[in-house]
Design a protein around this ligand. Structure first.
Ligand code: SF4
Length: 422
């Protein structure tokens, strides 16, 4: 039948059938209250703001402090260990760890009380301890090492901006971190002023981004941006958001790992006003995924912020397939998508941390196909001299035969052929 021009289409209204809305049994109300109680008890149990470990540490070393103090990030920064002598109060230092005391350090020492509480007091080989406690090996410079291994200063058109890739910039907004990693790529700049640079120092960078319409992605890093007060951070985010061509903003941080107390409700409520906002969190080992850190990640993820991890491959810390796999699994459980594994940059005095590239490929081979694809990050070498990130994968493509079939190998090293005629 032909439709008249003004005739409306009749949309059939389906009746709800019994299958779609089953009738309640008499016990339904009882079950609902039982489930309600169960879910509430689960939520309460899972939310542990201060773990037993932190509590025991606090009572032993800061008996005067209250729980409120411990959970205050300003208190954590104020009470950080800033010298070998201060650190000796908490852990038994080995000879190799004591030796840097008399030297003029290129990279300062700072570790929050929270992160110290995770360190093994007796074992200098403990992975987390090796990542933050200075050792004498830092003073040995190896061939190919450089104060600015990625030539960031060469690619810096104005102060605090690194413009290497056409459509995105790195914005170094502070030189301060709450805990210093001993292998930091930016040893040349972190903690030089021992405080934040201040908002006026960002003006040239903001103007540069405003003037360059090709910049659609800004990565805020440093130093650690989350060590800045909320107000400063919000000023920066709102200035960037007011630039129409800036599509996404990313923040690189280690704070959720070394000072989870910083991830407060006000911070998270402020951050979620500036979507699309992404976070790259620097993780090293699964021991870092404590209840406090998981809770911090949960708050951020619940605010709709996609979380990704960045992990530096470090000798004696995480250069092992099982150790890396455990970390990737722990990250996914904390709603963090494994994003990058970095080959350790050849910064001055980092030779004792560096593994071979072969080791990195071996780890990737041990992940790909052996666990969920979501748990497999990209392994990259940041090319010295400013070449950018180069992704590396074990070779699964074995070449193409004269018959037109491509030869491939799978994660079990079994060979397969694919009709590659096009
Ligand atoms: S948190 Fe990042 S910037 Fe700070 S010391 Fe560690 S690697 Fe360097």
């Amino acid at each position: 039948m032909e439709k008249l021009p003004n005739e409306k289409l009749a949309i059939p209204r389906p009746e709800l059938s019994e299958e779609e809305e089953p009738p309640s049994k008499p016990s339904f109300i009882d079950e609902a209250s039982f489930l309600d109680e169960y879910l509430k008890s689960r939520t309460d149990r899972d939310k542990s703001l201060t773990s037993d470990r932190s509590l025991a540490f606090m009572q032993e070393f800061f008996p005067e402090a209250t729980l409120k103090d411990w959970n205050n990030w300003h208190w954590q920064i104020k009470n950080s260990a800033r010298s070998i002598r201060q650190l000796a109060r908490f852990i038994n230092l080995s000879d190799n760890e004591v030796k840097p005391d008399g030297n003029n350090h290129s990279l300062p020492l700072r570790i929050t009380p929270y992160y110290i509480s995770l360190l093994d007091r007796m074992n200098p080989e403990h992975p987390l301890r090796k990542s933050v406690v200075p050792v004498f090996d830092e003073f040995i410079v190896h061939p190919g090492e450089n104060a600015d291994p990625l030539s960031e200063e060469h690619d810096s058109p104005v102060e605090n901006i690194v413009h290497r890739y056409p459509d995105r910039v790195l914005f170094l907004v502070t030189g301060f971190c709450s805990t210093y990693c001993r292998y930091c790529t930016r040893t040349r700049m972190v903690a030089k002023d021992k405080c934040h640079v201040g908002i006026k120092a960002w003006e040239a960078g903001l103007n540069y981004i405003q003037e360059h319409k090709e910049i659609r992605d800004v990565l805020i890093s440093g130093g650690d941006p989350f060590t800045m007060p909320d107000l400063h951070l919000e000023y920066l985010l709102s200035r960037l958001r007011s630039i129409p061509h800036v599509e996404i903003i990313r923040i690189g941080t280690k704070v959720p790992v070394v000072m989870p107390q910083r991830i407060t409700r006000p911070l998270v409520n402020m951050l979620k006003k500036y979507h699309p906002l992404y976070l790259s969190i620097h993780f090293t080992h699964s021991d870092e995924l404590t209840p406090e850190v998981r809770e911090a990640c949960e708050k951020l993820a619940n605010a709709g912020i996609p979380l990704g991890s960045q992990t530096v491959l470090l000798k004696g810390i995480n250069d092992d397939i099982e150790v890396m796999k455990n970390l990737m699994h722990a990250l996914l459980r904390a709603r963090v998508k494994p994003y990058y594994i970095y080959q350790c940059d050849p910064v001055l005095g980092s030779g004792h941390f560096r593994t071979s590239i072969k080791k990195g490929l071996e780890i990737m081979e041990g992940l790909r196909g052996h666990t969920s694809g979501y748990a497999v990050p990209t392994y990259v070498v940041d090319a010295p001299g400013g070449g950018g990130k180069i992704p590396l994968l074990p070779d699964y493509y074995l070449g193409k035969g004269e018959d037109g079939y491509a030869r491939l190998r799978n994660f079990e090293n079994r060979e397969f052929q694919y009709p590659d005629f096009s």
